[in-house]
Structures are given as C-alpha cells and as structure tokens.
Design a binder for this molecule. Structure first.
Ligand code: IPE
Ligand code: IPE
Ligand code: MG
Length: 255
C-alpha cells in the first residue's frame, strides 16, 4: 500500500523555500497494462485501477498544497492501440467525469482539458465541455487533463492559429515570440510544469508537454501507475526539492 500523510513522512518538517513545493506537476500515468498482465488480468482492469490511482493522486496533490496538476490520460499516438482498448479508455474517462465531477466541483477544483477535439466522439466532447464549464469559476486547485493530447499537435495547432491571425492582420509575424506561442497553447493558463513524473519505468516524454517541459525536472519511477499513491507523490516532491534548478545560469553562490 502506498499511503501516508505529509507530516508522517517529513514533508511538512522540511525547510520551506520558494522552490521546495512545485506549483505544477505533470504526470505521465504509465504502466496500467503491465500492472494488469503482471496480476494475470486483462489490460482494461489495469486502466480501471489507474483511475483509482488518479483519484488518490488528485486528493494528495490538493492536500499537499499544489496548485496545478496535469495528467496524461490519452495521447494522440494511443489511437494506434486496438479499438477495444481505445473504447475501454474512453468509457473510463466518461465514468470518471460522471462519478467525480460533483465532488471535484464541491472541492473547488477547476478542470482544464488539453488536446485536440479531432476524432473524439460527441459524447466524450460533451462531457469534457461540461467538466470545464461547470468548474470554470473554481480556483482552489487546477486539474489539467491531457486527453487526445500530443505536444507536437498542440504546437502545430497553435502555429495554425497564429498564422491565421497574421493573415487577418491581427498579428505581425515579427511579433511572434516565445510568449506569443505560450499563450496560443492549450496550457496557456498553467505555469510550465516544475516537475514531470513518469511512472512505469520508461524514460521518455512520449509527446507530453514537450514545449512546456523545457526546464522541468524529470522524475522517472519504477512504480506502475495503478500502484502510485500519496507517498510516491511526496517522495517525488522531496526529490524535486533536492534538485538544483539553474535555468542555464550558475549554481547559486558560484558567481
Ligand atoms: C498508461 O498505461 C495508460 C495509457 C497510455 C492510456 P499503458 O496502457 O501504457 O500501460 P503499459 O505501458 O502498456 O504497461
Ligand atoms: C504515454 O504512455 C501516454 C499516456 C500515459 C497517456 P504510452 O504507454 O502511450 O507511451 P509509449 O508508447 O510507451 O511511449
Ligand atoms: Mg505505456
């Protein structure tokens, strides 16, 4: 079991500094299939357990005082999986929104959805729209759901939008800088992730927040996503706190 509170694991007693607690954590929730296979169960059960891990993680993130959490739920490349698995993943998203939206609303969670609408069925789009619109006034915690999301697709879509603005005379090509692009991305209301956690033993981003992750601390864990819990999140935050972020500058005190 991966349970435990912040105080019993020393997070609360750590020296606090501006960089100790990340504002925004992104999570690549990987390893559901291998978890299921390892337990002699169909992959879909691994995805079901993955939703439980998601619930635990959102709860833990709120409790620990994070402001932003983005979870990678379905990538633009996941369409390459068998139709039956894609359908199971869509069904789980529907169940999650139907079962959890009221509670998330009460808890002050604001939901944002990142990714393209292209290819998604109407019922999924309607539920995602509902989750976004019914939580738009909330501000206690921000949950980003990257669904049908790919970083390259997001950047290409932003480029198309900016090109249209230039064609319409609303924007000068010379004025397009990093900030302009950042504002045109789906994640414009979120700060760049301080940390990206990937479970499931793979050491890659798989097209997750590739623009935004330029200076994110990357944490790769051997735990499979359905086993992830509050303690793993706390440990990841402690790992983050022990890293020195330089953003291309020098180690503090080295000058
Ligand atoms: C992550 O688990 C969930 C999604 C990608 C939607 P996987 O389904 O990728 O699990 P593994 O990597 O095959 O174990
Ligand atoms: C990344 O996991 C996508 C999500 C977690 C939603 P994948 O399992 O799809 O990534 P690859 O194929 O191992 O790179
Ligand atoms: Mg995987």
């Amino acid at each position: 079991m991966t349970t435990g509170s912040a105080s019993s694991h020393g997070l609360a007693s750590q020296p606090s500094g501006p960089s100790d607690l990340p504002r925004h954590i992104g999570i690549i929730m990987d390893g559901n299939g291998r978890w299921a296979t390892g337990h002699g169960m169909p992959r879909a059960i691994g995805h079901e357990r993955g939703v439980e891990a998601l619930r635990r993680t959102v709860k833990a993130a709120q409790k620990l005082g994070l402001e932003f959490l983005t979870v990678y739920s379905f990538s633009t490349e996941n369409w390459r999986r068998p139709v039956s698995e894609v359908s199971a993943l869509f069904a789980l998203l529907k169940t999650f929104v139907k079962q959890d939206l009221e509670r998330l609303k009460r808890e002050g969670v604001r939901i944002s959805v990142f990714g393209t609408r292209e290819g998604l069925p109407e019922d999924i789009l309607a539920l995602l729209d509902k989750a976004v619109s019914e939580t738009a006034h909330n501000s206690a915690f921000n949950l980003g759901i990257a669904f049908n999301y790919g970083g390259r697709e997001e950047i290409a879509r932003a480029a198309r939008r900016l090109a249209l603005d230039v064609a319409d005379g609303k924007l000068q090509a010379d004025d397009i800088d990093e900030a302009t692009i950042g504002r045109a991305l789906d994640t414009h209301a979120f700060p760049d992730p301080d940390v990206i956690i990937r479970t499931g033993e793979e050491h890659r981003l798989s097209n997750f927040l590739i623009w935004q992750a330029a200076y994110s601390e990357l944490i790769f864990l051997n735990v499979l996503w359905p086993d992830f819990g509050e303690l793993d999140l706390i440990r990841a935050i402690q790992t983050f706190a022990s890293r020195e972020r330089r953003f291309g500058g020098l180690k503090s005190g080295a000058a």
